[in-house]
Design a protein around this ligand. Structure first.
Ligand code: BEZ
Ligand code: FE
Length: 287
């Protein structure tokens, strides 16, 4: 019989969790125990601190539902999401880089025609994003589905608005046979992660910025290609260097070109000033 001591508890826990029925489960859980114990020993974790952490986890669970993924947000602000994204999406250097999905993606967006307006009455300055979806050899990718979503000019996503039932500032576009796509939306603004909640409370314990730079999200899928989850960020916008979720990559920072009223890239006409972004998404072939 081996009794428990401060010295032997880690070894004993590692042996128990190493009995995972599947080798990968055993590997993951023993590494988790190893690092958790090492963390507690390194910082000499007090019972009060341990209790505060547990209460924070409970709050994070309680505030989460199908419209609010507070644990995803926690992973995002800790830099874990972007680390995992980068380790698992090692694309060709010319392919568009992947970034975090974030907690505000809703999988059930309506399909939109080429150039259709996904802002549909939400106030803002018109923005047209257009270009080509292609592969790393330059071949156009037709039939790619571009799932696009963004926050409004108050920095709020549909899932944060209780009274909204219909799709708001999100749609799925399909690239044409020549790879071309065209999105009509509104100019995005930077915003802070939700004000109320355990993740924001944690961030507020530090001097770090809680803001994200102005961006539009894209999730692009096409048969035979790796799924691409990414963003486009507005060049020159505040918070590019301090994005609270570490999502900014040089290749994703784009020029928003200001245009006087007149013809628009989707073949229409704008009576007001509008912005355009031209961007080609480059997909990685599936191995
Ligand atoms: C977002 O841009 O929607 C987002 C991503 C990660 C954390 C918070 C927000
Ligand atoms: Fe966002």
């Amino acid at each position: 019989m081996q009794y428990i001591t401060e010295e032997n508890i880690t070894e004993i826990a590692l042996t128990r969790w190493g009995s995972g029925h599947d080798p990968r489960t055993a590997e993951l859980l023993t590494a988790l125990v190893h690092h958790l114990h090492a963390f507690a020993r390194e910082v000499q974790l007090t019972e009060a601190e341990w209790g505060a952490a547990i209460r924070w986890l409970v709050r994070t669970g309680k505030i989460s539902d199908e419209r609010r993924e507070e644990f995803v947000l926690a992973s995002d602000v800790l830099g874990l999401s972007m680390l995992v994204v980068q380790m698992n999406n090692k694309f060709d250097p010319v392919a568009t880089p992947a970034t975090v999905l974030g907690p505000f993606h809703l999988g059930r967006s309506p399909h939109a025609e080429y150039g259709a307006d996904m802002s549909d009455g939400v106030p803002g300055t018109p923005l047209y994003i257009h270009g080509v979806v292609r592969d790393v050899d330059g071949k156009p990718v037709g039939g790619a589905v571009l799932d696009v979503w963004q926050a409004d000019s108050e920095g709020l996503y549909e899932s944060q608005l209780k009274d909204v039932d219909e799709a708001r500032l999100r749609a799925k576009y399909t690239s044409r046979e020549d790879g071309s796509y065209s999105v009509r939306t509104i100019v995005p603004f930077g915003y802070g992660i939700p004000n109320e909640g355990p993740v924001r409370d944690l961030v507020n314990l530090t001097a770090m910025s809680p803001f994200r730079p102005a961006h539009v999200h894209f999730l692009i899928e096409a048969p035979g290609y790796e799924r691409l989850i990414t963003h486009l960020f507005r060049e020159g916008t505040p918070h590019l260097e301090s994005d609270v979720v570490y999502g900014v990559k040089e290749e994703l920072v784009v020029n928003f070109v200001e245009n006087e009223p007149g013809p628009t890239p989707n073949g229409g006409e704008s009576a007001e000033q509008f912005f355009t972004v031209e961007y080609d998404f480059v997909l990685q072939s599936r191995a």
